[in-house]
Ligand binder design. Structure first.
Ligand SMILES: [Zn+2]
Length: 291
């Protein structure tokens, strides 16, 4: 599932492709995406000109002239594809649910095999109150928070730090891959309660969240299943992953086999040595004899 770095990669490429381009016509597949019907899109998009795309968490906000925004989510398998003027779109592509033909001959398509994505046009002024965006937490790149702020947000939480990081109401855009990577780099056991993490651990988590995301964006994200960039290229961050999807393989830091566990129905990968809760020197755990 695309996470913030993949969506930001797509946004940056759209930013080079669509601003200033005017829609000549739009066609839809007639199928429904899970979170939106597409029947009104051709009328809503006709003659609109795209502005600079924005992103909040995993949502793409494709602003149009006239005070409208095309709100888009890639879901599990959504992909935006672009062809400049003079290049013919690949007519053999299947599962294309929106085809935009620009007045200058360029084309922008949305393909989504599993149809968990979202495409909706709504007034830009109503975005902040829209049900899909209203509950989102701060974007970790646009509004980075320090350890104290994250710790305050998690006060009293009994959920595990891994599951807490995935909660889009807390941090918008962090998903399963990067939550595992952040906690490994911060040296924090993913099973620890978010509300019980000390200030030092939160400081490390707060530092690693934007660091991991920025490094992944620099490599155009991680490729998994169907994710591709706008130019149909795979992302390259997968080679950099330290623990994610490496169950049983040696930790790149200490050699201990990476463990895979399931938390809230999702796989978590961690190193039981590097991410061990730091023992308290003042009260060493008593060694109990079995006899
Ligand atoms: Zn290790």
């Amino acid at each position: 599932m695309p996470e913030l770095p993949e969506v930001e990669t797509v946004r940056r490429m759209l930013a080079e492709a669509v601003p200033g381009r005017r829609v000549a016509r739009a066609n839809v597949s007639g199928k429904r995406l899970r979170t939106s019907s597409l029947v009104r899109l051709p009328t809503q998009l006709r003659a609109r000109t795209f502005a600079m795309p924005r992103r909040i968490g995993k949502f793409l906000l494709l602003d149009l002239d006239g005070g409208f925004t095309l709100l888009s989510h890639l879901g599990m398998s959504g992909r935006w594809l672009f062809w400049p003027p003079g290049r013919k779109p690949d007519a053999a592509l299947e599962h294309v649910h929106l085809k935009i033909a620009f007045a200058d001959g360029a084309a922008l398509w949305f393909q989504d095999v599993r149809r968990f994505g979202m495409l909706r046009v709504l007034p830009t002024a109503k975005l902040a109150r829209d049900a899909s965006l209203r509950l989102l937490g701060p974007d970790p790149l646009a509004e980075p928070r320090d350890g104290d702020a994250l710790r305050a947000a998690a006060r009293g939480s009994r959920t595990s730090i891994k599951v807490w990081l995935l909660d889009q109401r807390r941090i918008a855009g962090l998903g399963n891959i990067y939550a595992s990577e952040v906690l490994f780099r911060a040296g924090v056991d993913p099973r620890r309660r978010a509300g019980a993490l000390d200030a030092e651990a939160w400081r490390r988590v707060a530092r690693e969240v934007p660091a991991v995301l920025e490094e992944s964006i620099a490599r155009m994200g991680t490729t998994f299943s169907s994710y591709r960039t706008l130019w149909n290229e795979p992302g390259q961050y997968g080679e950099q992953l330290l623990v994610y999807d490496r169950g049983g393989e040696p930790c790149r830091s200490c050699g201990t086999p990476v463990r895979r566990i399931v938390q809230a129905g999702r796989s978590t990968y961690f190193c039981p040595t590097c991410q061990r809760a730091r023992p308290r020197r003042s009260s060493p755990r008593p060694r109990l004899s079995n006899r």
